[in-house]
Design a protein around this ligand. Structure first.
Ligand code: DAH
Length: 368
């Protein structure tokens, strides 16, 4: 009997050696799995031996059983270890094969040829700066009601400001009301306040229309409106927001700003904001120097406007501002003629346009 045991144990040792060596030499995960099935699968060698245990004498069964279990464990562990190694190797080789060299030049084609229009680029720059200050983006339609464009903004029908806006009117409807091509982005203030409760912190970019055309005026141009409404919003907040915006947008450490008293029907008090600049040769340097350029209008939202959207002016107040996107784009990138923006001239676009990969981010420098 002892002989049988010794013989069987020798066989087991040989089997273990054989299995461990085929695990070691399995060159990929599929080969390793074949080894696993051949050893531990239902019909595998180790499983077969387990089945044979039943036919052995009780005293042999115990020691043989222990020996098989020990092999089962060592083979299981070896398979697990080898599997980890093979997986790591497979991943490493995939990473090596699928490597992308992001420093290679763009292939010729739409991505290399196409240009982002300066208006789109500057609008993205503005989004990036105000998003960082916690503003969200609101939108409204180009065709507006007379109420949203004028009346709700404290510009009643007989108000002289209506003339200044050179409005494109639509034909009157049967009820006498007339729609307009919005003359400014301020109606988005009204839409937002009618739809939402305070606190409000939005910017509203978009196209606006006025019947006017010369070197610095086109019948369609772009504005961005800002609106902040809360319980304790005051002029100091307005000043801070606009200063931070100008520094980030013109990419300067500090910017000289002048808040000039002005008049808009929808704000009280109202101000126009100038930035200081110096002309060095052909270049305009924003932030320094003794010249002033007007870039936007702003003020504290008029109580009548708050009443028109059913806000209680005793409880809520806030500020608004309106900025010409085309105007600040011309300033920042030194583009002298506004009409060129809309001429669809590819030579102009190649010169002043931006590459699709030049996505404005604060982290990288807004116009890098
Ligand atoms: N809507 C004005 C315009 O088109 C710009 C403006 C001025 C907007 C002052 C404002 C503001 O929100 O407070 O001329």
């Amino acid at each position: 009997m002892g002989n049988v045991g010794t013989q069987a144990e020798t066989d087991l040792t040989a089997l273990e050696k054989e299995l461990l060596s085929s695990i070691e030499s399995a060159s990929d995960l599929a080969a390793l799995d074949d080894v696993r099935v051949a050893a531990l699968g239902k019909k595998g060698k180790i499983s077969q031996l387990m089945k044979e245990l039943g036919s052995l004498a009780p005293e042999q069964r115990k020691s043989f059983g222990q020996a098989i279990n020990q092999i089962k464990q060592s083979v299981g562990t070896a398979i697990g270890d080898r599997k980890k190694d093979l997986e790591a190797a497979a991943l490493a080789s995939r990473l090596e094969q699928e490597v992308a060299d992001v420093t290679l030049p763009t292939r010729s084609g739409a991505l290399a040829e196409g240009r982002i229009h300066p208006i789109s680029q500057v609008t993205e720059e503005i989004y990036e700066i105000f998003a960082d200050m916690g503003f969200s983006i609101a939108e409204g339609p180009d065709i507006e009601t007379d109420f949203n464009n004028f009346t709700a903004l404290n510009i009643p029908p007989e108000h002289p400001a209506r003339q200044e806006h050179d409005t494109f009117y639509f034909d009157p409807k049967p009820d006498g009301s007339r729609q307009v091509l919005r003359t400014h982005t301020s109606p988005v203030q009204i839409r937002t306040m009618l739809a939402e409760d305070p606190p409000i912190r939005i910017i509203a970019p978009g196209r606006v229309y006025r019947c006017d055309s010369d070197q610095t005026h086109t019948p369609m141009f772009h504005q961005v409106e800002g609106l902040v409404i809360d319980k304790h919003t005051h002029l100091g907040h307005l000043k801070w927001v606009l200063e931070e915006f100008c520094k980030a947008f013109f990419e300067v450490e500090s910017v000289k700003m002048r808040f000039r008293a002005s008049h808009f029907p929808f704000t009280e008090p109202s101000m126009e904001v100038d930035v200081g600049y110096a002309k060095v040769g052909d270049e305009i340097r924003i932030g320094e120097g003794d010249e002033w350029l007007e870039i936007l209008g702003c003020g504290m939202v008029h109580p009548n406007v708050l009443r028109n959207v059913d806000y209680d002016p005793e409880e809520y107040q806030g500020f608004a501002f309106g900025l010409g996107i085309d105007r600040v784009a011309m300033l920042k990138y030194g583009m002298p003629d506004l009409r060129a923006f809309f001429a669809a001239d590819m030579r102009w676009l190649r010169h002043y346009g931006f590459l699709p990969f030049d996505i404005p981010t604060l982290a990288r420098g807004i116009s890098a």
